[in-house]
Design a binder for this molecule. Sequence first.
Ligand code: GDP
Length: 361
Amino acid sequence: SLSIGIVGLPNVGKSTLFNALTKSGNALAANYPFATIEPNVGIVGVPDARLGKLAEIFGSARILPAKVEFVDIAGLVRGASEGQGRGNQFLANIRETDAICQVIRVFADPDVTHVDGDVSPQRDIETINTELILADLQTLEKALPRLAKEAKFNKDRKVALDAAEAAVKVLDSGTTLYAGAKAAGIDPADIRELHLLTAKPFLYVFNLDADELTDTELRDRLSAIVAPAEAVFLDAKIESELVELSDEEALELLQSVGQEESGLSQLARVGFETLGLQTYLTAGPKEARAWTIRRNATAPEAAGVIHTDFQRGFIKAEVVSFADLVEAGSIAAARSAGRARIEGKDYVMRDGDVVEFRFNV
Ligand code: GDP
């Protein structure tokens, strides 16, 4: 499955946040028979109000939300690209993830020292991006002679060479490829083979003091620094308390700091979107469940997420949109109202499709 690597400088609240993620993941994993959780992996359910409604309609015994996997990637310090700290291990670990989530300290707390003396979100973002950019430049430096050689004999390889050279220019200007590739005319597919770190999608978690959570001016300023990447604002300390509380107590604590939803929930949702994922839904007496697929997946691909046999033996899918199902009130009523569509193997799934697959085994 796809994963998001969490990185951050020391003392920004990364472990605090990650422990909260792991706690909420343990609760979730109890529902998933095959979910083994490693110490550096945290799994969060993507909040989806539609599942509750589906469970009502179908009398489902339990609800299984889509999940997002976060991996704690230790060892990011200034000089990591030069092998400082555990720099090489850090770079190897982050290379395996599908997106990068940077945790950025905003909270002031004078008792918690900052590695660079004072709290400065903008400088910390630049420090992290510089390390990632330097690592990519090293990768490119190594790859360019090989690409140049291949391009001499193979016209297709010239495309990769040109893209790699353009990437060097973007990175040399201090811009990540995620932010700058498009404007430079680089097709990400042409440099995918290099697994460049800054070409991965980025998202940001700003770790605020509780009283800053409602400071819209501050939030707008921070969002502007990282755009077009998405930003999530939370207080890691509060998140670590929320996972210990009952639902009612948690809601009370959230409301006391002017929030409606936990930071972890927001992080799960934003992470899901950043990974380019969407869900479709299934429901029955046993469970109402959201299944994760890539955006624009076809019906057989979607079936394959449940079981590879479903994809291999795919015949057709019965699809009702969530809105139509709720309006009809039951699957039988949706069918007799002509709202249940039979779709074939070329059907491209839409977010919120409620599906039943027909297949040969
Ligand atoms: P890491 O080095 O980034 O993993 O940081 P930790 O999660 O270990 O946090 C470092 C210190 O900062 C600990 O003493 C935390 O209790 C504290 N801390 C973490 N998050 C917050 C926060 O949101 N507000 C405040 N005031 N302290 C925090």
